[in-house]
Design a protein around this ligand. Structure first.
Ligand SMILES: [Zn+2]
Length: 270
């Protein structure tokens, strides 16, 4: 059984009342940590990472309003790519939720609400709908986001991209896009770099320069300050090099089962 198959199984059993439902992270060490993109809705705070039966240290949590990805090279895609490359994320899950207020907000209503806040329409991008990534179906929004992430040149072909919906009442997960099944069908990510130019002619890469894929040998963020003077040289002994201990998982103790958002809930670690 693969990681998300085990997660869905444990989640469904826990929601059905099985108090022993959970999974052993050690059995899935090659698939951890997981990167999850969810909405900003505070009702989700109580669910994660417990609803996935994962320990907190194996759960990299990205959030934006509506768990929206607007393109293969969007800001959220950049964070997902860095979560894989810098933080070692092995699988991506885009997790929408039921009763999403972003989904229920029309462009007209959004403009009205922004106006109340003093935001003038004339100062907003022309296509407000596209800019904010408004959507009318939580499920379709997840599918669309998975499509962008799956075909993004920033995500390697070995990283599964799953799509799920979580019920904000019960915590039950529904598997909308099976990332293991879409894994082989990833021609864009498997193409050699030289073919990106022809992909760009399709439209989705029209603002993408080939040069952006060539990363200079400097720290991330340095490029934003090309003219900054060099920092003063501070003469001091180097700090001791910390060596992280190897990951240890309890071999026989399951992690907490998925939870329901009850005020009396307390995290159980054994
Ligand atoms: Zn939402």
């Amino acid at each position: 059984m693969r990681l998300f198959e085990a997660i869905i199984d444990a989640n469904h059993r826990a929601v059905a009342g099985d108090a022993s439902a959970g999974l052993h992270p050690a059995e899935f060490a090659d698939a951890l940590p997981v990167i999850a993109l969810t909405c900003i809705d505070p009702r989700l705070n109580a669910f994660f990472p417990n609803a996935l039966a994962l320990p907190a240290e194996d759960f990299i949590w990205l959030r934006n309003a509506g768990n929206i990805i607007t393109g293969t090279l969007s800001s959220t895609m950049r964070s997902l790519a860095l979560a894989c490359a810098v933080k070692g994320g092995r699988e991506i899950a885009i997790i929408g939720h039921t009763d999403c207020h972003v989904c229920q907000t029309t462009t007209t209503v959004l403009l009205d609400k922004l106006k109340v806040l003093g935001v003038e329409r004339s100062r907003l991008p022309e296509n407000v709908n596209d800019y904010f990534g408004m959507f009318g179906s939580e499920r379709q929004n997840v599918i669309k986001a998975c499509g962008f992430a799956r075909s993004s040149p920033l995500i390697g072909p070995k990283i599964p991209v799953h799509g799920l919906l979580i019920d904000v009442e019960s915590g039950r997960l529904e598997w909308v896009v099976n990332g293991y099944e879409t894994l082989p069908a990833n021609p864009l990510a498997q193409m050699p770099k030289t073919q990106f130019a022809s992909i760009g002619e399709l439209g989705s890469f029209k603002d993408f320069e080939m040069g952006e894929m060539k990363f200079p040998d400097m720290k991330i963020g340095d490029a934003a300050l090309p003219e900054a003077p060099a920092p003063p040289v501070v003469v001091s002994p180097p700090p001791p090099v910390a060596t992280l201990p190897p990951k240890k998982y309890p071999s026989k103790v399951p992690v907490p089962p998925p939870i329901k958002p009850r005020p009396t809930f307390s995290s159980r670690r054994n």
